[in-house]
Write a protein that binds this ligand. Structure first.
Ligand code: SF4
Length: 469
């Protein structure tokens, strides 16, 4: 089934088509077969005579190069395929062409680094921007609007009250994740004490995510579509953070979060590596913490954005790469970077000046979980340079699920629920807000967590566990 015709052939459900594309194309090495079937003994193979232009993909992309990151999009990818008369393009991963039916050289696409991401992992194709009027008047708001000049602009009073996003059909929520941005102003600038991932949760510079992890707690609070909302009042957020750190003064005593610095979690409600595709907010945050003598920024991520390598963090920003076994991530981390890519990025991030840690989260128990996690630890051990291992720390978080999210997932990704929804080994726990959450059963959970820690200690004895629950 040609990928470019996927939406036509899976009639009546573009979401299903999107979900399949995301899961299959994103993680696949695609090899296009041509010619006659080989079972017909003795018949010479015929070369497919598909019409195509004479232009190379690089020429086509050069002509189409827009003024926004639109080129890193499913749409651009599909248009490229159509324009060349092919039902697939080339496959590029981390700058290497793995399969190129056109013989395009790396030099030809060298100017188009983000294309390599767009080809294999189309994440954003912004067509609509919901816009708070106050955000449009701020420099950061104007920067975002300038990056997506062709996007339709829809005025809204509040980034929290967009009913078509909040109440949209769960079967169609991957589309807004790719096509919609919300541009707003962060109102509350409170700092919440944390004590796990960080000392404090800083006021966020965004809320929402273009990735679609099946267990995501952000979606539980803000509706299923939950596309990226960028906050344009970055200057206010940066100033509040600097004031907060200045008020704290030096950290009095080391704790599990950090031996010396106050640590602020910057990306509680989204993925900052993805946010960096749409605005300079992340670059500004990294620059702020570079200048604070007593504080570090920190965020967890499931995306690999090479732009971050140029931000010069000077050790003052911690990136916690979220990892789980490859097969599980393919099933659950929809639209995230493949785990192999995340692991491969760790040495680069370290060399670029980030403090690198790992986030084993969520730990999802299924048949054979110890073998698959053990293999992941071995892969990490073989990949990480000694300088990263020397200071490596991990956080471990066992899965908690949620009854309402379970219902949503059944509508768009029931396969994920086969591992997430396990009443046989889970128990209900009411959250502070009264929501029905599920976690692994008391007693069992502690034993499984200990086995996880033992496994980690055996394969990566240098990896300190910052916290586990
Ligand atoms: S990356 Fe984080 S915020 Fe984004 S969908 Fe996954 S869990 Fe949610």
């Amino acid at each position: 089934m040609p990928v470019v015709r996927w939406h036509d052939l899976i009639t009546g459900s573009p979401t299903l088509a999107d979900a399949n594309l995301d899961r299959l194309v994103h993680n696949a090495h695609r090899i296009q077969l041509r010619g006659d079937i080989l079972r017909r003994n003795g018949h010479p193979r015929e070369t497919a005579t598909r019409p195509r232009t004479n232009a190379t993909p690089a020429e086509i992309m050069r002509n189409r190069r827009p003024t926004s990151p639109e080129y890193a999009s499913t749409g651009a990818w599909q248009r490229l395929a159509e324009a060349t008369g092919q039902d697939q393009c080339w496959l590029v991963s981390q700058g290497r062409i793995l399969h190129d039916p056109f013989g395009t050289s790396l030099d030809d696409i060298g100017d188009y680094g983000p294309i390599s991401r767009g080809m294999t992992a189309p994440l954003l194709d912004i067509r609509r921007i919901y816009l708070e009027p106050a955000a449009a008047g701020l420099p950061r708001g104007r920067q975002v609007l300038d990056r997506f000049p062709a996007a339709e602009r829809i005025p809204v009073q509040s980034h929290w009250r967009i009913p078509e996003l909040r109440e949209g059909d769960p079967e169609d929520f991957l589309r807004p994740k790719r096509e919609v941005l919300v541009l707003g102003v962060k109102k509350g600038l409170a700092f919440r004490p944390n004590g796990r991932s960080a000392d404090f949760i800083a006021p966020s510079t965004s809320n929402g995510c273009a990735i679609a992890c099946a267990y995501c707690y952000v979606a539980r609070r803000k509706g299923h579509a939950n596309p990226i909302s960028v906050f344009a009042n970055i200057e206010e957020i940066l100033a509040a953070t600097a004031r907060h750190a200045a008020t704290l003064g030096p950290k009095a005593a080391p704790n599990q979060v950090d031996p010396r610095d106050w640590v602020y979690d910057l990306g509680e409600n989204g993925d900052l590596s993805v946010d960096a595709l749409v605005s300079d907010n992340v670059r500004d945050l990294v620059a702020l913490f570079r200048s604070l003598p007593n504080a570090k920024g920190s965020f967890a991520t499931k995306w690999v954005n090479p732009d971050l390598l140029g931000y010069d963090p000077q050790g003052r920003t911690r990136i916690r790469m979220s990892l789980m076994p490859h097969g599980l991530a393919k099933l659950l981390d929809i639209r995230a970077a493949p785990v192999a890519e995340r692991i491969a990025a760790l040495p680069d991030l370290h060399r670029a000046g980030y403090e690198v840690q790992v986030n084993f989260s969520p730990v999802v128990l299924r048949e054979g979980w110890e073998a698959e996690w053990g293999a992941l630890f071995e892969e990490l051990d073989a990949t990480l340079p000694a300088a990263v291992k020397d200071r490596l720390a991990a956080e471990i978080i066992m899965l908690t699920h949620n009854a309402a999210l379970h219902e949503v997932n059944l509508a768009w990704h029931p396969k994920a629920e086969e591992v997430l929804w396990r009443p046989d080994i889970q128990e209900e726990k009411r959250s502070e807000t009264g929501a029905a959450n599920l976690r692994y059963r008391t007693g069992w959970k502690g034993r499984w967590l200990q086995r996880f820690r033992d496994l980690l200690a055996a394969r990566m004895p240098y990896c300190r566990v910052r916290y586990a629950f």
